[in-house]
Design a protein around this ligand. Sequence first.
Ligand code: HPA
Ligand code: ZN
Length: 335
Amino acid sequence: MSLDRDFIVGLPKAELHLHLEGTLEPELKLELARRNGVDIGQTAIEEVRATYDFHDLTSFLAVYYPAMQVLVTEQDFHDLAMAYLRRAAADGIVHAEMFFDPQAHTDRGVAFSTVIDGLWSAVQEAPSLGVDASLIMCFLRDLSAESAMETLEASLPYRDRIVGVGLDSDERDNPPEKFSEVFSRAREAGYRLTMHCDIDQADSIGHIGTVLHRIGVERIDHGTNIVEDPALVAEARERGIGFTCCPLSNSFVTETMKGREIVDLLRDGVKVSLASDDPAYFGGYLVDNVVALAEGMDLTREDVARLARNSLEISWLDADRRAQYLDRLDRYVAG
Ligand code: HPA
Ligand code: ZN
């Protein structure tokens, strides 16, 4: 079978690195701005798109965070997540673990309960679209460890709605060890752990070593700079550490989509999966990312099936669900 888009759409797969706030499409952004009477400085789609001019992580985040002020009510958070889940279903995603950034909202006076209630009602509705969904709470690494700890405390009454915690926003001068206490508390509370190790940061490889050895994450978001240290690659492979790589995002915040690194890790037996990061800003959803990498790196059918398999294997689904989806994947690839 040729490696066409339909084959990729049909692969049962999981999306594990998706920021819900990064799915805010210009249309919905303008609609919510109107609905809530928020002046974002733009009133037309083209004006919104014209602000999407970034060349690195910092310049992206400078556009990304201010846009969130249009998200105010529980309904807004529900609508945001439902819009993404409909796209996920169309992409053949059977399971989505979706990041959200509570501090980006609580710092503006939106209650934690407003955010989580709106997102949770969408998670509950997701199975009607054929998608299993769950939520991962990210801490903003450019804010203090105390603020992250307060956010962790605020989340505990909702522990059963959140599968794990992550770390995002600006990595520069905000190394993983800043949050080691917060992450060990999160682990004690039963949360699964992942962290961003963004592309080409100052001391990327040092940060990757820290998240593997000191924080004890199960997955790393991005993390392809690990190729700089073959001993760490071997360790990640042996421990089955998952990587969630985002080619289109990479090509916005660096010079390339880091295709060589992603494919080398994949073919080296590291548990690499693909994801879309902030699809409303980086020009594509999950299937667009797989197609971009497949075309750019001449991937085989086995490669893309392996990427889908890895996404299910490193997901935080319960064992029965995971086995069902893997079985569905095997039958699809065989058929
Ligand atoms: N890295 C850091 N912060 C982010 C990202 C990312 O990929 N996406 C949204 N916030
Ligand atoms: Zn990300």
